[in-house]
Design a protein around this ligand. Structure first.
Ligand SMILES: Nc1ncnc2c1ncn2[C@@H]1O[C@H](COP(=O)(O)OP(=O)(O)OP(=O)(O)O)[C@@H](O)[C@H]1O
Ligand SMILES: [Mg+2]
Length: 108
């Protein structure tokens, strides 16, 4: 039986401008219960990678799997319930002035 990873990123490639690959053939697995850190210089592509994983950006090539199920346009909504992204800048995260407003915004 193949090993069951919670998240698998396979040969992921992404470019904002179709010239420079910001994400260039990246592959890794995260197993259940495992915590990982992705470290790198400013502008090396950490936030871009996170946005690709949660589906905020569309990758050019490669694959992303959650529990061995491949992320596609079709199951995007279902699989997105398995991910969450906290933005780097809190101003991009908090929209309302209260917790209630913020949670309601997502549902709207
Ligand atoms: N919306 C965008 N449009 C075009 N280029 C972008 C966009 N967002 C990021 N980039 C570029 O993509 C590259 C990777 O940026 P990214 O924000 O993913 O890096 P990072 O590792 O998160 O950096 P930091 O440590 O500063 O948070 C950089 O060259 C950046 O200028
Ligand atoms: Mg960043």
């Amino acid at each position: 039986m193949p090993s069951m990873s919670k998240l698998e990123v396979k040969n992921l490639t992404f470019s904002y401008d179709n010239e420079v690959n910001v994400i260039d053939d990246i592959s890794f697995k995260v197993d259940k219960g495992q915590f990982i850190s992705i470290i790198g210089h400013n502008g090396s592509g950490k936030s871009t990678l996170a946005k690709l994983i949660v589906g905020l950006l569309d990758f050019n090539s490669g694959q992303i799997f959650f529990d061995n199920e491949e992320l596609t346009k079709k199951n995007m909504n279902k699989l997105q319930t398995k991910t969450a992204l906290v933005f780097q800048n809190p101003d991009n995260q908090f929209i309302g002035t209260t917790v209630e407003d913020d949670i309601a915004f997502g549902l709207e």
